[in-house]
Design a protein around this ligand. Structure first.
Ligand code: SAM
Length: 262
C-alpha cells in the first residue's frame, strides 16, 4: 500500500512549506525545463506546494493524488488566492486515468519513496508522456538540508535510533538512485537542473516538535513505543547539547529537480 497523506493535510504546509520566493524559483526551473506550451501532470500533487505557483501563472497542470484531504487543501488555497479551481483527480500514480501520450511533462516531487510498486508508477508516467516528453523528478522525500541544520541533525539521530535493528524499513518505495537507474533503463536521458538554494533559520525546539508531533511520513509506520522512546532519547541528547533550543540557526536548504527526457 502507498503511504497516503490524509492525516497530513492539516500540517503539511506548516511543516514542509516553501517560502513564496523559493516556490517561485522552483516554478521558474520547471517552466525553464518544459517550455511555454507544455501540458503538465503532477503525480502526488498534495496541497499544491509545487503546482500552485504554476497554476497561478496560468499553466495547464493537472494534479493527481491518492489523498482527498490533501487535494481539498490545494483547492482551498487556490480559492483563497482568488484563482480558478485547479484541475485535480483522486487517483493512484500506478493507475493513471488518462489516455496514452496526453501530456508533455510529468512532475514527481517526493512521492516515489512512498509507493511500493514504484516501477508500475514509472511505466504509467512513460505511457502518458508524449514521445519526447519529460519527467521532472525530486526524490528522497525531503528538501536537502546542510549539516548545519537542526532539523537535519534531529531527524538523522531519530532515524538512527528508531530504525535500528529489526525496525520497519524507513521507506516503502524507491530511493532516488533506484528511480534514476530505472528511468535510464527505460531509455531516459538524465539532466540535473540548476538547484534552488536558500538559507532559512531553524531551531532545535521546532525540530523536536516536528518529531514529537509525528509529522513525518516515515515515522507513521513505527510502533508507538519505538517512536516514543527514540523521540525521548533525541530530546534528552539535544537538551544536553543545546540548552537554548529557541536560538535560530541559519541553515542551508537545497531543492533539486532532475529532468529525464524520453
Ligand atoms: N508533491 C507534493 C509536494 O512536493 O509538496 C506532495 C508530496 S507528499 C510528500 C506525497 C504525496 O503523494 C501525498 O499527498 C500522498 O498522498 C501522495 N501519494 C502517495 N502515494 C501515492 C500514489 N500511489 N498515487 C498518488 N499519490 C500518492
Amino acid at each position: 500500500m502507498s503511504v497516503t497523506f490524509d492525516r497530513a493535510a492539516g500540517f503539511y504546509d506548516e511543516s514542509r512549506g516553501l517560502r513564496p520566493e523559493v516556490s517561485e524559483l522552483v516554478a521558474d526551473r520547471v517552466e525553464g525545463a518544459v517550455g511555454p506550451a507544455a501540458r503538465l501532470l503532477e503525480i502526488g500533487v498534495g496541497t499544491g506546494r509545487i503546482a500552485l505557483p504554476l497554476h497561478r501563472r496560468g499553466r495547464e497542470i493537472v494534479g493527481v493524488d491518492l489523498s482527498l484531504p490533501m487535494l481539498d487543501r490545494f483547492r482551498a488555497k487556490a480559492a483563497a488566492a482568488g484563482l480558478p479551481p485547479p484541475t485535480v483527480v483522486r487517483a493512484d500514480a500506478g493507475r493513471l486515468p488518462f489516455r496514452d501520450a496526453c501530456v508533455d511533462a510529468v512532475l514527481e516531487v517526493h512521492v516515489l519513496h512512498l509507493v511500493p510498486d514504484w516501477p508500475r508508477a514509472l511505466e504509467e508516467v512513460r505511457r502518458v508522456l508524449v514521445p519526447g516528453g519529460m519527467l521532472l523528478h525530486a526524490g528522497g522525500g525531503a528538501i536537502e538540508r546542510g549539516s548545519d541544520s537542526p532539523r537535519d541533525q534531529v531527524m538523522r539521530r531519530f532515524d538512527e535510533l528508531a530504525f535500528a535493528g529489526d525496525g520497519p524499513p524507513r521507506i516503502v518505495g524507491a530511493s532516488p538512485r533506484q528511480v534514476l537507474d530505472a528511468l535510464v533503463a527505460m531509455g531516459g536521458r538524465v539532466e540535473e537542473l540548476e538547484p534552488v538554494g536558500w538559507e532559512e533559520p531553524e531551531t532545535y525546539a521546532e525540530a523536536l516538535r516536528w518529531v514529537e508531533e509525528r509529522v513525518f511520513s516515515s515515522h507513521w509506520r513505527l510502533p508507538d513505543e519505538r517512536w516514543r522512546s527514540a523521540a525521548a532519547r533525541v530530546r534528552a541528547e539535544v537538551e544536553a547539547a543545546h540548552p537554548d533550543q529557541d536560538t535560530p540557526h541559519p541553515s542551508r536548504h537545497t531543492f533539486k529537480l532532475t529532468a529525464i527526457r524520453f
